[in-house]
Design a protein around this ligand. Structure first.
Ligand code: GAR
Length: 182
């Protein structure tokens, strides 16, 4: 069975759905790793019986040193795919050249790359917003698109908007993982 490693930084809702949908069915989640010792997702992964590792970026002096440690942690697991599930770190080529990886981003890329995409997308005068999954390369939020889904955000409150984004994310994320593994 193919195996994946998941990286996350926060609530871990996408990670949770992914594990519930695919772990021990379509693939194995060998390990999940977070850069944030206080991430809410840590408990979620533990409750699902997944091995969790904390690699705190604050213990490293540079992005490169952090990415080297990340690569050293992941490489022995020989994952078929590394899945960025709300991993809020800019990754250097040390990481991006080491693994086949995918990411989920809360905008219709190439619009609103990088930080605060959700808010930028909500506040824009665009009629449509959405979610994109894509392969990771050395350009931030710039790799080949796997899946993208949009919706009409006219008249939505910010809370309604966030709920809609999460709903789409939870639906397209696991499908994107399966697609990327094929
Ligand atoms: C998701 O909305 C994801 O699209 C976003 O972080 C959130 C994580 O939520 N990722 C990015 O903004 C990447 N640049 P979660 O922790 O509940 O899965």
């Amino acid at each position: 069975m193919k195996n994946i490693v998941i990286l996350f930084s926060g609530d871990g809702t996408n990670m949770e759905v992914l594990i519930k949908k695919l772990h021990k069915k379509e693939l194995l989640v060998s390990k999940v790793i977070t850069n944030n010792p206080h991430a809410k997702g840590i408990q979620k992964a533990k409750d699902l019986g997944i091995d969790v590792e904390v690699l705190d970026h604050k213990s490293f002096n540079s992005r490169e040193e952090y990415d080297k440690a990340l690569v050293n942690l992941i490489s022995p697991l020989k994952p078929d795919l590394v899945v960025l599930s709300g991993f809020m770190r800019i990754l250097t080529p040390i990481f991006t050249n080491a693994f086949k990886a995918i990411n989920i981003h809360p905008s219709l890329l190439p619009k609103y790359k990088g930080k605060d995409a959700l808010l930028k997308s909500y506040e824009s005068s665009d009629r449509f917003a959405g979610v994109t999954t894509h392969f990771v390369n050395d350009e931030l939020d710039g790799g080949e698109i796997i899946l993208q889904e949009s919706f009409d955000k006219s008249g939505m409150s910010f809370d309604e908007f966030k709920t809609k984004i999460k709903e789409i994310e939870h639906e397209i994320f696991y499908k994107s993982v399966l697609k990327a593994l094929n």
